[in-house]
Write a new protein. Structure first.
Lengths: 368, 368
């Protein structure tokens, strides 16, 4: 600039202005391109607003603890369920959230909260997990569950069990007291017994409602004209505790009239359950075969870690696009390391509830 | 520019040059920033050269078909195995590759090649899969296998079976002939029988070598002083066929002295096996619990799809960094949609072989 001023004559005032104008253009172009560059380096920024979460808490106001539960996706849409049954569900979900709050608000861990909530839903005949599980094609109950600790990436699962009252507690015992991640059938039952867990007769899991469902579907499938198979009712919980640790768990009876020995996504780490302090905690529910093939729970974590998506954007991409395009019905719940949550589902309903430090329990069944 | 030329006087020549110079600066800045922007939009470009593959075939010279097999990672390092046993392994791997070539060169599918190769290794007592499987803590054989079709994302798996001669064929039947992805134990065996698959007595799987291994480890663990547990021997295959379709499969007896009902990564879609025409086909072998928790096979696909890594860079990141940092030993084989392959392992040895259209079979045991 100094050299320019030194050399210019009297009538070159306008030319000088032109040169100044050119420099301004350089500056503005530079700033604009920097702006575009930054938006590409942080692709999540454009998607953080895409949230249909009940509680969307930006990291600047991270809650001390967060708990999200589900009692399965599917079932009839709004108005399709008797009002008193609907109330039983919302009351139970409310009760489960309060029990989880009791754990987390008193400094309990996310693993404790997840196990506590899932045990309560396993013990309730309302849900397709523990007591109230659906029947296999042979008219038996075969239960699956898994749990994962986001701090250590340790995990535990049981599958195809018929005598363990609370499969989620057995899954946690596999994680904490064995050298393995997954035990099935008689092996899981033997281990649960050795660990002093409550063992019940297979008949404990019987409920008339599920037996009637089974008989209907079984008859239809025998005649080769099965209508839609009720798959709803899997339960799950995800939590962030006061120590910043994430955990996820899922428990199910699978799908009505499933083949003997069929395993769905619920006990599969990465498919039905995943937790990692670096990203999120996920519990899924839906048509398990598709959830396995799409590695659903881990896919959300990978989309966050590798592609920079927000939890909510990643979860909606998987549920609303990937799964829906394959005709796979279901949903999931998730919480990330900052306490943001997500609850997407592509079915007519998903039994779900959320609570966090300083907030009230919120229970929903139908789309917001 | 017209206005500028119209107004400038005689002695303003230099000022005009300055204005021109400023425009050039604008242009150059613009081009430079565009260049930076483009490199960020295509992060894979910088990593495609990082390959330690035996066969690295850039997409410009994509082979018609590619086959990679493994017979497990682990075991003693170079010089630790009798020469005649080493020859038995290399001869068998060579024979398996030739059989796979026979399938693929005659227009067979990647699924056919994967099943053919794994069946041969299951039938050989050399490997820890099918005949020659290791024993559980109860002195029994419990076999797991899975297979996945990269074209349809369909998958099949069996786990904890004791009477199915070829678990990989049962896994394929689950994928193609049932509504499920995973069947375990008695349910898988019932289904395999119904499908007309070969059923054997549990004693068929006995080999003296594995029994001796079991007795040694079992005694050590009973005394609470177990040495390193031999986990090697899982088998697997991945292939790209002439139609551009990928497939992957894995079969195993698990780990010696495992608990009854223990399931490792081999039958878990996303952990031990994954295939997707959009990315790659993977079969893993190693300490299964870590491979489940790290969702190893799908993680490589996600690193390729979401982070733009090459197959080889993704595979080495997972095996050499993620798994190694957790003390998890093992390896894997992979082929991508362009025929590039990868064979990373963090153990002293991995039994492995590769062949592709127009090429010769290459068999290796120790690090290159």
């Amino acid at each position: 600039m100094k050299r320019t001023i030194f050399f210019i004559g009297n009538d070159s005032r306008f030319a000088f202005r032109v040169s100044l104008f050119a420099f301004r253009v350089t500056q503005i172009t530079f700033y604009l391109i920097c702006l575009v560059l930054l938006s590409f380096l942080n692709p999540a920024s454009g998607q953080n607003n895409d949230s249909s979460s009940i509680l969307h808490s930006p990291s600047s106001t991270r809650p001390t603890w967060v708990l999200v539960i589900h009692g399965g996706a599917g079932g009839p849409g709004k108005g399709g369920m008797p009002a008193d049954l609907e109330k039983q569900y919302t009351d139970k979900l409310q009760e489960v959230l309060e029990a989880g709050k009791e754990v987390l608000s008193k400094g309990g861990t996310s693993l404790d909260a997840v196990e506590t909530c899932i045990r309560m839903m396993e013990d309730s005949p309302l849900f397709n997990a523990g007591k109230g599980a659906v029947f296999t094609e042979e008219g038996k109950n075969e239960l699956d569950a898994s749990i994962m600790d986001g701090k250590t990436l340790k995990a535990g699962a049981v599958a195809g069990v018929s005598t363990i009252k609370n499969p989620i507690t057995a899954a946690r015992a596999v994680m904490e007291k064995s050298k393995h991640v997954m035990l099935i059938d008689g092996g899981a039952e033997k281990f649960a017994k050795e660990q002093g867990l409550e063992i019940v007769k297979p008949s404990y899991f019987y409920t008339k409602k599920r037996w009637d469902e089974y008989e209907k579907v079984h008859q239809q499938e025998m005649k080769g004209k099965a209508e839609e198979n009720p798959k709803h009712g899997t339960v799950g919980a995800v939590a962030l505790d006061a120590y910043g640790n994430l955990a996820a768990g899922t428990s199910t009876g699978g799908m009505t009239n499933k083949m003997k020995g069929r395993i769905g996504d619920s006990p599969i780490i990465g498919a039905g359950t995943y937790a990692n302090n670096a990203t999120c905690a996920i519990s899924a529910t839906g048509h398990g075969e598709f959830f396995i093939r799409n590695v659903v729970a881990y896919d959300i974590s990978a989309l966050m870690e590798y592609k920079g998506l927000s939890l909510d954007a990643a979860a909606h991409l998987v549920v609303d696009q990937k799964l829906k395009s394959q005709g796979a019905d279901g949903g999931l719940i998730g919480v990330d390391k900052n306490g943001n949550i997500t609850l997407p589902f592509n079915t007519k309903a998903m039994f779900r509830g959320t609570i966090r430090s300083g907030g009230k329990a919120i229970v929903n069944i139908y789309p917001d």
